[in-house]
Design a protein around this ligand. Structure first.
Ligand code: PHE
Length: 492
């Protein structure tokens, strides 16, 4: 407790304080306010702000209060010199103030000219009105006469200031001493019973509090979550994608990517060196079907007609697309074929040169729809509905080629901001030899489509370089402070 707080309490004990600037003239307003605020927090006092105007003396006025006004000092000099004060002496004695003093002394009728001298024009010493007025202002901050006050202001002897002070009265918890305020209720206080008499500091609901450090969702995670919700809302089930390493069999062969296809080159695909190969899949028939379609054709396909290598098929790779997972899931579906919808959003790997828009790993969003007698029209209709949910309502499809779909279509969306069509995905109807070799019935058709997660995320967060989004150059501040994402607002 401060000495000032104690003083305030002692004064209050006798009577309310009407104006702290009168009761504590020496104490700075800020100190008074601090003392009152902490006493108020304890409900020991109540205070009101008195906002009043006050006048303060300029340095020149301070000098006048100390030494007398210029005109008064001139008169003193004139009376001192018995046979008058030479005009030439005035600046020497009074400096620059001499001229002003002379002017006022004449005006007051205190001195008069006698040749080149100034002589007294009064019989007795007059009152130094200016100095007296300034003294009153210095003591009280004001003058009763507003006109005189204004005059002094014009003469630049006083300036107006705003002065804060306070009126104070006792509060409900008034006491002559300040009790210690507890901030926490501790087990000790409960055991000792101290809590019954302790005074607790009131909660400050206006305090901002310290920011607690916590994890943050990466923008990719936020956009991924938005897509997941769209998929769930459209009746999709999430595929298990927790397997980055795949065999060539699932990643390529089941999708009829021929073994000499450039996509299977070392330059495009990461191969695992240890272990380099996997065991054969359990489904012997399926394995043989795939072998047959590649080498000689089956299920209506004429095949690629090349010597298919089992070793090549068993090589381990980092999956290059999540369609490897779709293939596994569709193979599973063949055990109990029925209309189904599956999706996945996860990481894939490609041995690509890294630049502003490409990384060696990225995320694919993939959807698979299986139903009886589906047509290409159904796929286009679905795409329209799917992308509409993301706020994209202008789509175009361009014929494309995938080894595993026929027909295949690239998906383009109109980007209003960029004012052009941009490619957003790839899609198609899985080939009959792919589905039938798994054991799926002929009339169960399957649509598939894929897009990258990075692309819509970069558009959404207005990033032009993928390295601002992924990798060691990412600004953590950006990750921690980026807003939640709403796809239906503006995706592309
Ligand atoms: N796998 C394709 C890609 O990587 C996407 C796709 C999935 C296309 C399913 C058709 C069917 O771009």
């Amino acid at each position: 407790m401060s000495e000032l707080q104690l003083q305030i309490l002692r004064v209050l004990d006798k009577a309310p304080i009407t104006d702290t600037s009168v009761t504590f003239p020496e104490v700075e307003t800020s100190a008074v306010q601090a003392a009152l605020s902490s006493l108020t927090a304890r409900s020991m006092v109540l205070f009101k702000i008195i906002d009043k105007e006050s006048w303060t003396l300029t340095p020149e006025a301070e000098e006048i209060v100390e030494k007398g006004s210029h005109e008064y000092r001139l008169l003193e000099e004139v009376t001192k010199s018995l046979d008058g004060l030479k005009l030439a002496e005035v600046p020497k004695l009074l400096g620059t103030a001499g001229k002003l003093g002379q002017l006022r002394a004449f005006k007051n009728g205190w001195v008069k000219k006698d040749g080149d001298k100034l002589v007294s024009a009064v019989s007795s010493k007059p009152q130094d009105i200016t100095a007296n007025e300034l003294l009153v202002i210095k003591d009280t901050g004001s003058l009763p006469d507003a006109k005189q006050l204004n005059e002094l202001k014009k003469r630049k002897l006083v300036t107006k200031i705003k002065k804060l002070s306070y009126s104070v009265e006792k509060g409900s918890e008034f006491a002559l001493e300040i009790k210690k305020l507890e901030t926490d209720l501790t087990p000790d206080m409960i055991q000792s019973g101290l809590w019954k008499t302790a005074t607790f500091k009131p909660y400050n609901f206006n305090a901002e509090g310290a920011i607690t450090f916590s994890g943050a969702l990466h923008p990719l995670n936020k956009v991924r979550e938005e897509f997941r919700q769209i998929f769930f809302a459209m009746g999709f089930t999430e595929m298990a994608t927790n397997q980055f390493v795949e065999t060539g069999f699932w990643n390529f062969d089941t999708l009829f990517v021929p073994q000499q296809h450039p996509a299977r080159d070392l330059q495009d695909t990461f191969y695992i060196s240890d272990p380099a190969v996997a065991d054969k899949p359990e489904d012997e028939t399926y394995w043989e079907n795939i072998h047959k379609v590649h080498e000689e054709g089956a299920f209506g396909s004429i095949g690629y007609r090349y010597p298919w290598s089992a070793d090549e098929s068993l090589r381990l790779v980092l999956r290059t697309h999540t369609t490897a997972v779709s293939s596994r899931v569709l193979h599973q579906l063949a055990k109990d074929p029925k209309p189904s919808r599956f999706f996945s959003i996860d990481r894939v790997f490609r041995n690509e040169a890294v630049d502003a828009t490409h990384l060696a790993e990225f995320h694919q969003i993939e959807g698979v729809i299986a139903d009886y007698d589906l047509t290409l029209g159904d796929l286009i209709g679905f795409m329209d509905r799917f992308f509409k949910r993301m706020g994209v309502d202008k789509l175009r499809f361009k014929p494309a080629y995938n080894p595993y779909t026929e027909p295949s279509m690239e998906i383009f969306a109109w980007h209003a901001g960029l004012n052009k069509w941009i490619e957003i995905g790839n899609s198609g109807m899985f080939r009959p030899e792919m589905l039938e070799s798994m054991g799926l019935p002929k009339d169960l058709r399957v649509h598939g489509f894929g897009l990258s997660l990075e692309r819509p995320t970069m558009i959404k967060y207005k990033l032009s370089n993928i390295r601002e989004l992924v990798g060691h150059k990412v600004n953590l501040d950006f990750i921690e402070n980026n807003p939640a994402v709403r796809l239906d607002e503006e995706l592309v």
